[in-house]
Design a protein around this ligand. Structure first.
Ligand code: PHE
Length: 345
């Protein structure tokens, strides 16, 4: 092997050993720099005669080109490797868990509402939703509560612009739902063929100017309404007793229907429950207002009170949730403290 071939081989070996662009540039100087091996060889040409200069010059040049070629190839290889390293380092694995993921869950009151809906659905009740901003007519007047009626002061009402108010109870849904139902079955009713029974619950948010451990300005209610041709207070007792026993998973729960007053029901009753055992045993706990729907209200629904009769109730899902889980301050439900809420997951 001649001197030049071996020079090219040396260059190749050295370039291959270079692990970085900087090292490679240093190595290059040894061969192609001003005082590098190729330049030295070129200088040596001056001692040769013309013919020899030509042939030897061509050979040196070929070697120089080979070395340049090897250098460029190595440069490219190093650049490729660097790019790959960067791509590897910056690779984003979207399937990797973030480590910050926490398991969410339903709010305890939502859990109760879900439960309430399931239990009443099993008794043939459908679920209706309605507006939280109400008119005076739906919230009071249609529910047999005239302008100057003392019952209006039982509710501390939030009034909003335009004469509207935040509903103080879910009872306006009795009227809204019944009116829609009557509308839907208008032809059949007009033809004397009657209508399917109204059997509905209406859960949702309600508002009163009130705040302490057992009252929040925003709270939940769930209305219930069953109207038919022969629905009585007896049915109310059966339905609500069944509901409470199922909700609290306690067959020995005792209920009391305590005479009360609501303008939209006659007779009216407050419903209290008592647990036979446990920390609340022996105490009567109020869970709902109820009664036989007043004839004036049946009329406002668009029905003839001589033909249609039924019962209504309004219960407090917040209260039921407190009793079910043993929570003693209603405000905890609405503070949004994750330490409290995560206990119900
Ligand atoms: N709306 C009543 C309240 O908020 C409860 C109720 C509903 C009473 C239906 C009778 C019938 O206190």
């Amino acid at each position: 092997m001649n001197e030049l071939d071996s020079l090219v081989q040396q260059a190749q070996a050295l370039f291959t050993q270079c692990g970085s662009a900087a090292e490679l540039e240093n190595a290059k100087a040894q061969f192609l720099g001003k005082s590098g091996r190729i330049s030295e060889l070129m200088k040596g040409l001056s001692q040769l005669d013309l013919e020899a200069k030509k042939t030897q010059g061509a050979v040196i040049n070929a070697a120089k080109q080979s070395i340049e070629h090897l250098l460029n190839a190595r440069r490219q290889a190093l650049a490729d490797a660097e790019l790959n390293r960067q791509l590897q380092a910056e690779k984003l694995d979207v399937s990797l868990p973030s480590g910050l993921r926490t398991q969410g869950g339903l709010h305890p009151v939502s859990l109760s509402l879900e439960r309430i809906e399931l239990i009443f659905a099993s008794m043939g009740f459908s679920v209706a939703q309605g507006p939280e901003i109400e008119t005076d007519w739906f919230n009071f007047t249609a529910l047999n509560t005239p302008q100057d009626h003392p019952a209006r002061s039982m509710h501390d009402t939030f009034y909003v612009e335009g004469g509207h108010l935040l509903r103080t109870h879910t009872s306006p849904m009795q009227i809204r739902h019944a009116m829609a139902h009557v509308q839907q079955h208008q032809q059949s009713i007009a033809a004397g063929k009657g209508m399917p029974e109204i059997r509905v619950i209406a859960p949702g948010r309600t508002y009163r100017v009130d705040s302490d451990a057992t009252h929040s300005p925003m709270f939940h209610q769930c209305e219930g309404l069953w109207i038919g041709e022969n629905i009585s207070f007896k049915d109310l007792k059966v339905v609500f007793t069944d509901f409470c026993k199922t909700f609290f998973e306690n067959e020995d729960l005792v209920l009391r229907f305590r005479p009360s007053f609501f303008p939209f029901t006659e007779p009216s009753a407050e419903i209290d429950i008592q647990f036979p055992s446990g920390p609340l045993a022996g105490r009567w706990l109020e869970v709902a207002g109820s009664g036989q729907v007043h004839p004036n209200v049946v009329r406002n629904m668009g029905l003839d009170p001589e033909h249609y009769i039924g019962f209504a109730f309004g219960m407090g899902p917040d209260r039921l949730t407190m009793l079910r889980y043993g929570v003693n301050d209603l405000r905890l439900f609405f503070d949004g403290d994750i330490r409290f809420l995560s206990q119900f997951r």
